[in-house]
Write a new protein. Structure first.
Length: 160
């Protein structure tokens, strides 16, 4: 459902409400994970206003990200989701016209709400807009055509 990058928090809502965890996690690479007991987190929030603001900000970011992901899946086709992901990743990586895949394609497919086969079909359909795969990278030869197809929306694709 979500890729948590360093440094990120996980299952905060369950920690704060003392409820059952609705998610589990697995790492895609070697990772160091710090587990803080839920009771301590709740106690620190009561004692430290700056800590509480940081927790609230992280919860708000997670909520907004979940809503954007839901809108992305419900309002776009698989090819449109992929096109917008490529545009966003290229900007975030600072590599205009190119995206370096730092995750497996099956993980990307799941992140975009599709099967690996549908991801392959979406990639094939984007060749009309200058998209080509090159090993662990994806090139976008016609970024303007891809953007016209993708129709980026700041309410879905904008920063958190």
């Amino acid at each position: 459902m979500e890729l948590v990058r360093p440094v990120g928090a996980f299952i905060l809502a369950a920690v704060l409400s003392d409820q059952v965890y609705l998610q589990s996690a697995r790492t895609l690479t070697r990772a160091r994970i710090l587990m803080i007991p839920a009771e301590r987190v709740r106690r620190w929030m009561a004692q430290d206003a700056a800590f509480m603001r940081a927790i609230v900000a992280e919860l708000a970011r997670g909520y907004r990200q979940a809503i954007k992901a839901l809108k992305n899946q419900k309002l776009r086709t698989g090819a449109e989701r992929l096109a917008n992901w490529l545009i966003t990743q290229s900007a975030e990586q600072g590599t205009p016209g190119h995206v370096n895949l730092d995750i497996e394609k099956r993980v990307l497919a799941a992140r975009l709400g599709m099967t690996p086969e549908n991801l392959s079909r979406a990639l094939a359909s984007l060749t009309h807009y200058g998209v080509r795969t090159r090993g662990a990278g994806i090139e976008m030869k016609e970024p303007d055509a891809l953007a016209r197809f993708a129709k980026p929306d700041p309410l879905i694709d904008g920063p958190e």
